[in-house]
Write a protein that binds this ligand. Sequence first.
Ligand code: ADP
Ligand code: S3P
Ligand code: MG
Length: 175
Amino acid sequence: MSITLVGMPGSGKTTVGRQLARRLGLPFFDSDHVIEERLGCSIREYFAREGEASFRDVEQQVLAELAQGPSCVIATGGGAVLREANRACLRATGQVVYLRSSPEELYRRLRHDTTRPLLQVADPMAKLRELYEQRDPLYREAAHFQVETGRPSVPRLVNMILMQLELSGGLPPAA
Ligand SMILES: Nc1ncnc2c1ncn2[C@@H]1O[C@H](COP(=O)(O)OP(=O)(O)O)[C@@H](O)[C@H]1O
Ligand SMILES: O=C(O)C1=C[C@@H](OP(=O)(O)O)[C@@H](O)[C@H](O)C1
Ligand SMILES: [Mg+2]
């Protein structure tokens, strides 16, 4: 039984996921970090060298491995929901939480960030809007519930998620 965070780049999956895992006393895995360790290079470098489709294959493999492993908190990459196989596998093995953020909020957080290859374009705001339109329905489909990330601090978001997990009976036995 795992808890998986999905959402747009910059929605806080890595930051919130790490603190959520600490509060639950569970191991934390960020699929992007697992991928980088496996590939021996940054995701940005891999995108540039091998392309997005190849990255998605590695991502699918890593997500399947994490979902099948012992109870943990998983922060996914923003595009994890693009493949139906990922949505199904993450939903089947635990609770999936959608961290929803507006494109404007994401832009404020990421405008100086150079590590996200899909946003290294002339107009990152337009790209965020496009990605949001495409993905918001997929995040909703993948998730058991969603949390609005606009205002709350990270500790407050963790509390909100813990409350929702308790309500849905989705807290792992170890917690
Ligand atoms: N709830 C929040 N409020 C304010 N800033 C946040 C919040 N969650 C994340 N951040 C900041 O936004 C940036 C992106 O967060 P990150 O966890 O890397 O997102 P993701 O893994 O979803 O791409 C980081 O600088 C992080 O500190
Ligand atoms: O949105 C995406 O398609 C991606 C988001 C990234 O993760 P974050 O959501 O943590 O930025 C990372 O997996 C890769 O750059 C692709
Ligand atoms: Mg992340």
